[in-house]
Design a protein around this ligand. Structure first.
Ligand code: AQP
Length: 330
């Protein structure tokens, strides 16, 4: 079976964007591939986090992975910080990554302008850590959204460079292009993406929002004055966003949605989108609630999966350490 690796940052409470763009699609891969899904808490601290909140978000994220349908017996679901090989390989890869390459990363440019008061070295070398995450497991395929493509490309370059210098060491990962997940935009500013770290709570639907909150946020979603449900991301970003959310859940095409709401007002349309989201999230929320009350079970999952990830990661790390000339432990 081919290996798939992906992850999310516990940098907030995950949103409908994270779910429709990534998590929901991951659940369809678990039978066909060997999948590792990491909670990348080491990446999260490249932006300042409150320790207690980070801990809580990370545990919730792990439970949300499971609640969304990832089977923890089949997928390796674990915290990045529990597998020290991530940091160790990242250091080595940092030494094979050029400043020029890192300076070209658009995420660094964006995040450093957003977090101007804390442009730390970790934020800059983030892609080397991400390369380590992926390369540690001899990953074949990485499901990535458009915004992570550049980082994956760099991971491939680093792997190829290392292999060129020392002989075959890393599998060079490919992007996994599956059924395209929806790119969900902010409900308040539909030209920028929905983000878990957005300070405006009305801009995002959180996976754990109750039905009232979900309906309220959709009612308030920014649209336009055209009063026609039609897909046009240029001139109607708000409506187009609601249409892709609805389509991602119901499986309908944009044309089908357009004809379903022909002659109907935005009020009706928003209600239907809200209801569809509420129904989609209902079973996930129920399962999350069950998991939250089973501390022993979750703890055992965390422990067991960290052991598996550690075992797999150490195999690659030892190989790399040997190649670069580190002496074996005697
Ligand atoms: N709006 C989105 N629509 C579709 N997919 C999305 N993803 C994120 N936002 C959307 C996908 O979710 C995964 C999570 O990636 P991440 O946790 O590494 O962080 P991110 O991409 O930076 O997501 P956020 O929510 O915007 O987090 P913050 O606010 O912390 O930066 C990825 O697979 C991503 O493609």
């Amino acid at each position: 079976k081919k290996v798939i690796f992906s992850g999310m940052q516990p940098s907030g409470v995950i949103t409908l964007g994270n779910y429709l763009g990534a998590l929901k699609n991951w659940t369809n891969l678990q039978d066909e591939y060997n999948c590792l899904y990491c909670i990348v808490d080491m990446h999260a601290i490249t932006v300042r986090q409150d320790p207690a909140t980070l801990r809580k978000n990370a545990r919730n994220l792990l439970m949300q992975y499971i609640a969304a349908g990832l089977n923890p017996e089949k997928n390796v679901i674990y915290y990045q910080s529990h597998v020290s090989a991530h940091a160790e390989l990242a250091w080595i890869l940092n030494c094979y990554t050029y400043m020029g390459e890192l300076s070209r990363m658009t995420q660094f440019k964006e995040k450093s302008s957003k977090h101007g008061e804390n442009i730390n070295a970790g934020l800059f070398t983030y892609p080397a850590l991400m390369a380590a995450d992926i390369l540690l497991f001899q990953t074949d395929l990485v499901p990535v959204g458009a915004d992570q493509k550049q980082h994956l490309e760099l991971a491939r370059d680093i792997a190829t460079r290392f292999n060129g210098l020392y002989g075959d060491t890393f599998k060079v990962p490919e992007p996994y292009i599956g059924k395209v997940g929806a790119r969900v935009m902010s409900l308040q500013e539909p030209t920028s993406k929905m983000s878990k770290s957005d300070e405006d709570a009305n801009a995002s639907i959180y996976l754990m929002d109750d039905p009232d909150a979900i309906m309220r946020k959709f009612k308030r979603a920014v649209t336009d004055s055209d009063a026609c449900v039609r897909f046009d991301q240029e001139t109607k970003p708000g409506i187009s966003n609601l249409m892709s959310i609805y389509g991602a859940i119901t499986g309908q095409t944009m044309e089908q949605i357009q004809s379903e709401f022909e002659g109907k007002g935005y009020g009706d349309f928003k209600m239907r989108v809200g209801e569809a989201v509420v129904e989609e999230l209902r079973p996930l929320q129920a399962r999350f609630k069950e998991l939250s009350s089973d501390k022993t079970y979750i703890d055992s999952i965390i422990k067991k999966n960290a052991e598996t990830a550690n075992y797999l990661a150490t195999k690659t790390l030892r190989k790399v350490q040997k190649k670069v000339g580190f002496p074996p432990v005697v």
